[in-house]
Design a protein around this ligand. Sequence first.
Ligand code: AMP
Length: 540
Amino acid sequence: MAVPSRHEAIQFKVEERLHAIYQSFAGQTRVSYRYAGGELSYAQLYSRAAILRHELANGPLAGAARPPVLIWGHKDPRYLIAYWACLTGGWALVPVEPETPVERVRQIASACGAGALLIADPDTRIEAQLADLVPIVRIDRDGDGAARAANDETGPLPSAGINPHDVAYIMFSSGTLGHPKGIQVSYANLIDFIDWLALLLPEAATWQSVSGNIRYCFDVSLFEIWTAWLHLLPVTALDHTDLANSNGLIQRLAADRVSLWVSTPSIIRLYLKNPRFTAETLPECRTFLFCGEPLTKILVRKLFERFPGCRVINTYGPTECTVAVTAVDITEAHLAAPQELPIGYARPGTTLEHLSQSEPMAGDGGEPLAGEICIRGLSVGNGYINLPEKQAAAFPEPELYRTGDWGYRANDGLWYFKGRVDRETKIQGVRVDLDDVEMHVRSLPGVDDAVVSVYSLDGQPRALNAFVLGPHNQADLRTLAELLAAELPPYLVPRFWYADFDVKLNNNSKLDRKEIITTVGKARSRYVHCVLAAGVRREL
Ligand code: AMP
């Protein structure tokens, strides 16, 4: 019997796996989505996606060579209907948030050659502003296609013609020169991710429901929606405009018996401020999965206290490589170890390596030397739209991606993140790696997270600022500064220290570093601060 090639095997999987998941929704009365004001069943998700696919194929996208389609929405059930219509129709889906400025949506639509924009949100202002550029389809909020789909009026899935390397979705992130950068991920990448997800979370079969914390324009949301879809679980949609009201959100999570929590560390930090965010209120919340930012020991210790015996998974990866490429369960041993928390072991089908094949040698104290993390394998996506130079630099070979992240692998195959390769700066001639300093500040006692930036005077970088989460008063800041001064050479010790500022999240629900630096920088004296005296820290 002929052994199928890897390409054939993937082709088979795309059709079988994706369709099997989609078909499992048909006629299923279980809830797929709980949002403020209602519920969507799996049967409705199935049939309404089928009807929308049919309408698109026979309307604005008739005869077109499968162009990408923009989906405009935030936490609205119509977003998921549009998602499945695009996925099964073979149109690469491109999420855009209603908060995105119109000019940027125009740039995104032009950059990817969008064939339509689907409005999946009560805010429909975009329609008038983009109608000249792309056909617009408003999805009806209350449409119910169950009866029509039961009669199978919508016909067979057109996706038989989908090639595994066709683009399944495009995420736009900030690019150089202010233009958004389109990151393409293929059907083969997506299936590989789904297969990994099934292995990563075997306990999902016993779960009641999954959190819906993450915005859809950030790919970490795929952890939430695909876990739900694999196990026919409901997602509890948590609107970002409500994040400040964690009481209300916690109540919804409790009512829905949420079992899986997915978020960035920054999001859970907001919830942890609420004393009701505990196992007593959320007895079924047993698994916490993180991605997107460094996970800190303080945060995990708090979680272990509030949710005794819970599972905490740290995952790491760039959008270019399909959500995440490593994972590890954090244990007490990791918390007790001197180094930062690990980011995980490479997922099956993917390897992490340094650019030069030679393994990094051990540095001082036995910690291996860090190098740029490169990702190789099935998770590596198709790359950027129309950015050939960037593409060549970041994807030097097919299925190989240079992350720009600094990291090392311990002997047991566990990877550690050490910051970005490109945050090096010069302060009065001395090379300073801001990430390195940030790591040190973050590991000081009582510090939950930290941002370090350059302090400039007359346009010249002169010193460093440290913005810390955790401490609240000047005495604490002074102690931290002095501790760091005892640990690092003087030029690496920030001169200006700040605490007690408002924490804002960016579009990807990560700590908004720029916002913190700008806001505090504009009114420095208004915030709790401390200036490290020259006696402690030798001036440059
Ligand atoms: P994005 O493409 O927006 O998901 O950003 C990917 C980048 O976020 C990575 O290249 C890392 O710099 C950072 N990142 C993702 N996960 C982690 C993690 N667990 N720990 C530290 N940094 C992370």
